[in-house]
Design a protein around this ligand. Sequence first.
Ligand SMILES: N[C@@H](CCC(=O)N[C@@H](CS)C(=O)NCC(=O)O)C(=O)O
Length: 118
Amino acid sequence: MFIIRWILGRIILLLNFVFAPKKRHRPSAEQQQIDAQTQSLALYQYPACPFCVKVRRAMRRQGLNIQTRDAKQSPFKEELQNLGGKQQVPCLRIEEAGKVQWLYESKDIIQYLDQRFA
Ligand SMILES: N[C@@H](CCC(=O)N[C@@H](CS)C(=O)NCC(=O)O)C(=O)O
């Protein structure tokens, strides 16, 4: 079972690499403003998880430089479980005005990013 999942994961990564979406390019002043905003965001994810790949592709299409955190590794694994509430990826950590929100579900994360940055 593990080996099948590992092979599927490699196939997903390969397809994602070969068919990488076009990265959005903005004028540099505008990109700097967006980068300042995305500094308060972090994506907890697994590299080969298909739902995480979907979110990373959406980030690339929007030209969003959001930090990715491997939720299989410490301390991110514990942060996700203890502060987010469950060990499920992808999860977007959103910090706004001192408040932290943990947004699960790839569809909801993409919708949030599209609404905020499109
Ligand atoms: N409906 C969720 C599904 C996410 C999901 O199933 N993620 C898997 C990884 S691909 C997960 O976190 N499983 C729990 C675990 O690995 O501990 C979404 O669209 O984000």
